[in-house]
Design a protein around this ligand. Structure first.
Ligand code: AMP
Length: 291
């Protein structure tokens, strides 16, 4: 079913909660692609009912132009869900998949503002440092949705790995009884991580953007034999030689704390993270380091 108001969704969920029906939740900003679809499929496999939210959350954008240019097409999204997930079934009659697309007013009323959170060092690095206020915006909207939907499980992509860790801390700190389920990154054939922002790239840009994953793979395969310092130098050099993309940051960080890895000794699980720009589009990606 389709819900545009929080009240209607809340009412719909009351009897399901009473019957202990397993509810899965997938928050998205729409412009759906196979990355989102993989989360939705996972939720549908593990829960009787899945709620997908489609909401471009203004408080998590620290750049007005990025917010304005963010692709929005709810009709196309619903069509895609019917084709890809429901195999032609009309979503307004489906009893397993429900789409919630509230308005900014409905969510925020007249005060489009984030709540304040303290996620410690999780938000002082990478996206937290480069996008001030971003995670307060993310946490505000995710907390709002989790309290509204009260899902048993919520699904988040590892593509936004820092976001995943922040949400894990959010539910732990606030005692929200939802299991957070991480899902692997889905990629285009050329290796580029799927993203709603990819649609803003020209054909050439799309093809050139595969460089990000190529570099990450290089880091992954050199991780055993090179020092952390050598890996940073290698990535800097690779981007310096590439005229199409500009590197915003590269970081190798511990998965748990997201603090930069200083040395490989006694290393816990680690990941390499890249944010780069091409044709005015900001792209994010990461890969796990194999010890
Ligand atoms: P977004 O609509 O970009 O806010 O993303 C909604 C959810 O889909 C987030 O949990 C993302 O991490 C996840 N997601 C986005 N792109 C991908 C991808 N390529 N593979 C897996 N998950 C993704």
């Amino acid at each position: 079913m389709l819900f545009s108001s929080a009240d209607a969704l809340r009412q719909f969920l009351v009897p399901l909660k009473q019957q202990d029906t397993a509810v899965g939740f997938v928050p998205t900003m729409g412009a759906l692609h196979d990355g989102h679809i993989s989360l939705i499929r996972a939720s549908m496999a593990e829960n009787k009912v899945t709620v997908v939210s489609i909401f471009v959350n203004p408080t998590q954008f620290n750049n007005t132009e990025d917010l304005e240019k963010y692709p929005r097409n709810i009709d196309k999204d619903i069509q895609l869900l019917e084709q890809e997930v429901l195999a032609g079934e009309d979503i307004s009659h489906s009893d397993s998949l429900h789409v919630f697309f509230p308005s900014v007013d409905d969510v925020y009323g007249h005060s489009v503002q984030s709540a304040e959170y303290d996620f410690g060092s999780l938000t002082t690095v990478m996206e937290g440092r480069h996008r001030p206020g971003h995670f307060d915006g993310v946490a505000t909207i995710v907390e709002y949705f989790l309290r509204l939907v009260r899902p048993d499980r919520a699904y988040f992509g590892e593509k936004d790995y820092q976001q995943l860790q922040v949400i894990r801390k959010l539910v732990a700190d606030k005692g929200i009884p939802t299991e957070i389920r991480p899902m692997p990154i889905q990629r285009e054939e050329n290796g580029l991580a799927m993203s709603s922002r990819n649609g803003r790239l020209s054909k050439t840009g799309f093809s050139q953007a595969s460089f990000i994953y190529e570099v990450l793979q290089q880091v992954q395969s050199d991780f055993k034999n090179k020092s952390v310092e050598q890996l940073y130098k290698m990535v800097d050099l690779a981007f310096a030689k590439n005229n199409n993309l500009s590197l915003e940051y590269f970081e190798i960080a511990e998965e748990d704390t997201l603090l930069p890895l200083k040395t490989k000794e006694n290393t816990k699980a680690a990941r390499a993270f890249i944010v780069a720009h091409i044709e005015g589009v900001r792209l994010i990606d990461n890969v796990a380091m194999k010890p």
